[in-house]
Every structure is written in C-alpha cells, then in structure tokens.
Design a protein around this ligand. Sequence first.
Ligand code: HMG
Ligand code: MG
Length: 305
Amino acid sequence: MIPARVTLVEVGPRDGLQNEARPVPTAHKIELVHRLQAAGCTEIEAASFVSPKWVPQMADAAAVMAGIVRAPGVRYAALTPNLKGLEGALAAGVDEVVVFAAATEAFSRRNINCSIDESLERFVPVVQAAHAAGVKVRGAISCALGCPYQGAVSAGEVERVVVAMKGIGIDHCGIADTIGTGTPRAAQAVMERALAHYPPAEVSGHFHDTYGQALANILACLELGIARFDTSVAGLGGCPYAKGASGNVATEDVVFMLHGMGIDSGIDLDALVDAAAFISGLLGRAPVARVSRALLAKREVAEPA
Ligand code: HMG
Ligand code: MG
C-alpha cells in the first residue's frame, strides 16, 4: 500500500510566510521560490490572493507571481477565497488555485468571515471560472483534526464538507490539521472519509506540527496509499487565525523520512537545506526543521567558518 513516490507541495512561500509579523520583501519571496524549484520542488504554493486587510503579508501576491522565473515542470498554486482572488490568480497565470473551507463554523467565521455553507456557495463560481480557464481547483478543509475555537472535531463534520466540495466540482481534497492536534489513528479515520469520495491521487494531507505529530500522521496516511502532502521549507509558518499554531511539517524532515524509507520525492535534500538556511537567515532565526538543524551542524563540523 505504501507509495513508491510521493509528491510534496511546498507551501513555505504561502502558509510559511503568511504569518510573519514583519513584511518579507517581495524579492526575498521570489528568491525563495527560485531556490525551492532548484532543489527539485515541482509543486509550489507561491501566494495568496486574499484581502490585504486580512493577511497583509500576502498583499504582493501578483508581484511575487510576476517575478518568478518559471522552471519547466513546476506547477504554481495560489489561494483564492472568492472570485476577486481568482481573477488575480488567473491574471498571474497560476496553474492551480486553492479554495479553503473549514470543518467548523467558528473557524470558518474567523478565517473567511462567513459560514461553511456560505463559503461553499462562494466557491461555486470560483470553481466554474477556474475550470473554464483550464485551471485545477484544490479544496482545503481546515480544522479537520481539531479547532482552536470548537475543540474536538468529528470525522462526520469533516465528511460533510468533503461531500459538499465534491458536489461543487472541486478536483482535489486536502485535509488540514490546522492546529496540529491530530494523532495517527485520528488522521487515518478522517482520511478514510475523504477517500470514500475522492480517489487516492486526489487526496492530500496538510499537517501543522504544533504538537510534533505531523511525521507520524504522514506515515499513517502513507499506509492508506496517500501520496501527496503539503510541507513547508524550514518548518516556516502558522495560521494568522489559529493563535499558537506553528508551521507545517518541515519539508526537510519529510524528505529525510521518505528517502530513508526508499520513497522517492524528487527533491535534493542538500539543496533544500540551503533554501531553508537562506530563508531562515533572512528571517533571523534557525530553521525549525530538525533535519536542517542536524545537517547544518554537520556541515559546520566539516567546514568550520
Ligand atoms: P470580507 O471582509 O468578508 O470580504 O472578507 P468583502 O468581500 O466584504 O471584502 C472586504 C474588502 O476586501 C474589500 O475591500 C474587498 O475588495 C477586499 P474594500 O472595499 O474594503 O477596500 N477583498 C479582496 N482583496 C484582495 N483579494 C481578494 C479580496 N476579497 C475581498 N481576494 C475574505 C472575506 C475571504 C476576502 C477575507 O476573509 C480573507 O481574505 N480571508 C483570508 C484569510 C486567510 O488568508 N487566511 C489564511 C489562509 S488559510 C490557511 O492558512 C489554512 C490552510 O493552510 C489549511 C490549514 O492549515 O488549515 C489553507
Ligand atoms: Mg495551513
């Protein structure tokens, strides 16, 4: 059942940077994308076409997309919560857009200022217009394994949103553990609900690592045949509407685990560590990723400064 090859969707430039309090210059965001694609990342979530009042850090989405020198074989995605966002994303030439709903009413209100049903209604024209432009639509379901406002979330609550997303033609179902409280059996239980409606190739996991459970959850998903995960270089990030949530699982940590298991990711770990060191240096801190810390320490021993 365990896949021989896994695709990692690099969300560091979006999920990673969106939570940074200080503005990250557009040129640095672009350079990060360049380094990630040079390391072999083929799916990059590069920007969010959201309200700049809600997430100021993503206000330069169009400039970021315009500044990226695209590499062949790389697909670029962006978040689009509504038609206005979609228009911006299409004008920027993205390959894929992401609409994001929540499994709980409370999070939906805080994150996108509407109920779950209203959000799904709002996605209908977004999906239609994206498809008319030949662009794939990924759906993300936040708080699938716990909510900062509601607390526990049932698999049934998540499945209701999965079914609704499928019903309006969303191509791909991303299950997101926004606050990182999920554990492996719970992750499998929710994934099974997604797999009941979407083929395995169109289901992915998005695990924030706040409680250190993300690698275990990914392994549990691999056992179900899921072969696509969102990860964030250096472990950057958090969600502005989930206080205390830390970043997504670090790409380096996942790549190290996959390669150790003989699973291909297509990513060059050394080049990825370089990208992690680059962005962490700009942000003035060490990478959160355990693997980057270990490999950078090893380099330090081999080549003292
Ligand atoms: P609203 O205030 O209800 O919307 O926000 P509105 O339609 O009334 O518009 C208000 C203002 O925003 C207007 O400007 C609009 O033009 C503007 P004004 O007239 O006041 O000057 N506006 C926009 N500007 C640029 N791009 C747009 C856009 N839409 C409206 N697309 C809205 C509703 C959805 C827009 C808002 O709540 C929003 O942008 N939310 C985004 C929140 C967000 O980005 N959260 C983080 C990403 S999700 C995430 O991290 C979770 C994920 O990683 C999975 C997981 O871990 O759970 C994906
Ligand atoms: Mg997230």
